[in-house]
Design a protein around this ligand. Structure first.
Ligand code: 5AD
Ligand code: SF4
Length: 452
C-alpha cells in the first residue's frame, strides 16, 4: 500500500472545505495557487502530496468535525513523510488556536490564517527549506484587523456555471453570538472597477450565474471614499447586456434598502431571491443579539420585497437557544416564520463562541435548544412543502447546474428552488424551461419542455 500511495504522490493536491460559500471560493483561490505551482486536483486524500483543510469555526460542531478530520491525517503522514499538510482559515485565526493545532497535531506542516493564505506558495518553499534543515513547521497568522485586499490570485473555479465573486471581506457588525468579525477583521470593499472587470471576464468565459459574496453586502463601499455603495455597484452590473443570473449574499435587515429591492425587481438578470437572515423573531432576543433591527423593521422589508416581487424566494438563517431566549421569545420566532413564509431557512442551535459577548451570558440547557429546533424545523419544512406544491404544473426557467448521475440533471429556478429532471450532461450551463411535475422532499421534479 505504501508504494502505491507514494508512487502517485508527485503533484496532486486535495482540498477539503468546511463552512460557508466564502470558504468555498477561498479554496478556489488556494487551488489556483497550487495549479500555478504545477499541482493537479485529486478527490482522494491518500493520493495527495498536499492536503489542505480550509476551516470554519462558526459553531462548535464545525470545529469538532475539523479536529476529527485533522486527526485522521496522521496515518497518511506516517505513510509518506514528504506529504505537506496545510490548515488555514477561520478556525486557526482564533486566539491560541494555531498553537493548539500545532501541539495536538504535530504532523501538520503549515498553519495560516484567513488573510495570508495567498502566501501559500512562499510558505511551501519556506517549509521545504526548513525540512532540509530539519526545522519543522511554518505557522503564520496575520492578526492585522484590516489586512490588504489581495487581487492577484487567479482562482481555479470549480462551480461552473456559477462563479463566486467577492465584493468585500470582513464584518463590522459584531452580532453578539458571532465569531466572524474576530476572525475575518473589519470590512474591506473591493474596487468596483475590478469587480466589474471580473464579472465581465467570467461572462465572456461562459459562466451563467454570478454570486456576489460579502458578510454584509449592503454595507459594500462604506469603507471607501469614492462614493460607491451596494446600490451603485448593482446599478453598474445591471447595465451588462448579456443574459446571466446575478445572486448575492448575505443581506442584513438593518441595511437592505428599498432602492436595492426595486433594482432587483426591475433588472431581468437579477434573481428574485433574497437571503435575509432574521436570526430570531423576538425583539428582546434581537436586541441581545445586537442585530440593530426589530420585528417591525423586518416585516417592513418583507412587505417591500413582496410589493415589488410577489414571487420572490426569501430565505433566512434562524437560531434557537440564544442565551435568555424564553418560550415566549421562541414562539415569536415561530410566529414570524409563519407570517413571512420563507422558501427555505437554515436553522441552527446557538453555539457559544469563545471571545464573543453572548458566550459570557447565562446559557440555556441543551435539551431546551434541541426541542426548540425540532419544532422550528417541522414548521419550516411544512411551509417549504406548501410553497413547493404551488410550483406543480407550472413551467419555470431553470439554469442547468449539474449532472449528478448519467441522464439526470439538476438546476435552480430564478427564486432558488432546486429542480431535478432528465437530460444529458452537455446541457449543464444552459437555460431550459422545465415543467414541474411533482414535489418531493427537498426538491422539485420536472421535465424539460424546451431549451430557452
Ligand atoms: N451559533 C449558532 N449559529 C451561528 N451563526 C453564527 N454564529 C452562530 C453561533 N454562535 C449562524 C447565523 C449566521 C449563520 C451563517 O450562522 O445564523 O447567519
Ligand atoms: Fe456574523 Fe453578524 Fe457579521 Fe453576519 S453580520 S458575519 S452574523 S457579525
Amino acid at each position: 500500500m505504501e508504494n502505491l500511495i507514494t508512487s502517485n504522490l508527485e503533484n496532486k493536491y486535495y482540498i477539503e472545505t468546511f463552512g460557508c460559500q466564502m470558504n468555498v471560493h477561498e479554496s478556489e483561490k488556494v487551488a489556483g495557487i497550487l495549479v500555478s505551482l504545477g499541482y493537479e486536483e485529486t478527490k482522494e486524500r491518500a493520493q495527495a502530496k498536499i492536503i489542505v483543510f480550509n476551516t470554519c469555526c462558526i459553531r462548535d460542531t464545525a470545529e469538532k468535525k475539523i479536529f476529527g478530520n485533522i486527526g485522521e491525517l496522521k496515518i497518511l503522514k506516517r505513510l509518506d513523510k514528504s506529504r505537506i499538510i496545510v490548515i488555514f482559515g477561520c478556525m486557526t485565526q482564533q486566539e491560541g488556536m494555531a498553537e493548539l493545532v500545532a501541539s495536538k497535531f504535530p504532523f501538520v506542516d503549515i498553519i495560516l490564517g484567513t488573510s495570508n493564505v495567498h502566501l501559500l506558495a512562499d510558505k511551501i518553499k519556506e517549509l521545504e527549506e526548513r525540512r532540509a534543515r530539519k526545522r519543522g513547521k511554518v505557522i503564520d497568522i496575520d492578526t492585522n484587523e484590516r489586512p490588504a485586499v489581495i487581487e492577484d490570485v487567479v482562482p481555479y473555479r470549480t462551480s461552473y456555471p456559477n462563479a463566486w465573486v467577492n465584493i468585500m471581506y470582513g464584518c463590522n457588525n459584531f452580532c453578539s453570538y458571532c465569531i466572524v468579525p474576530y476572525v475575518r477583521g473589519r470590512e474591506r470593499s473591493r474596487n468596483p472597477e475590478l469587480i466589474l472587470e471580473e464579472i465581465n471576464a467570467l461572462l465572456k468565459a461562459g459562466y451563467k450565474e454570478i454570486t456576489l459574496l460579502g458578510q454584509n453586502v449592503d454595507s459594500y463601499g462604506s469603507d471607501r471614499n469614492d462614493g460607491v455603495n451596494f446600490y451603485t455597484l448593482l446599478n453598474k452590473i445591471a447595465q451588462i447586456d448579456t443574459k446571466f443570473r446575478l445572486r448575492f449574499m448575505t443581506s442584513h435587515p438593518k441595511d437592505l434598502s428599498e432602492e436595492v429591492i426595486k433594482l432587483i425587481a426591475e433588472t431581468p438578470n437579477f434573481c428574485n431571491n433574497i437571503h435575509l437572515p432574521v436570526q430570531a423573531g423576538s425583539n428582546a432576543v434581537l436586541k441581545a443579539m445586537n442585530r440593530r433591527y426589530d420585528r417591525d423593521r423586518y416585516f417592513y422589508l418583507i412587505d417591500l420585497i413582496k410589493k415589488y416581487m410577489p414571487d420572490c424566494g426569501v430565505t433566512s438563517d434562524i437560531m434557537v437557544g440564544f442565551p435568555g431566549e424564553t418560550e415566549e421569545d421562541f414562539l415569536d420566532t415561530l410566529d414570524l416564520v409563519k407570517k413571512v413564509r420563507y422558501h427555505n431557512a437554515f436553522t441552527f442551535i446557538y453555539s457559544p463562541r469563545k471571545g464573543t459577548v453572548a458566550a459570557k451570558m447565562e446559557q440555556i440547557p441543551y435539551a431546551i435548544k434541541s426541542e426548540r429546533i425540532k419544532r422550528l424545523i417541522a414548521l419550516q419544512n411544512q411551509i417549504t412543502l406548501e410553497i413547493s406544491e404551488t410550483y406543480v404544473g407550472k413551467i419555470k426557467e431553470v439554469l442547468v447546474e449539474d449532472a449528478p448521475k448519467e441522464g439526470y440533471l439538476c438546476g435552480r429556478t430564478d427564486c432558488g428552488r432546486l429542480v431535478n429532471f432528465k437530460g444529458n450532461k452537455e446541457m449543464v450551463g444552459q437555460f431550459v424551461n422545465v415543467k414541474i411535475e411533482k414535489n418531493k422532499a427537498s426538491a422539485l421534479i420536472g421535465e424539460i419542455v424546451n431549451e430557452c
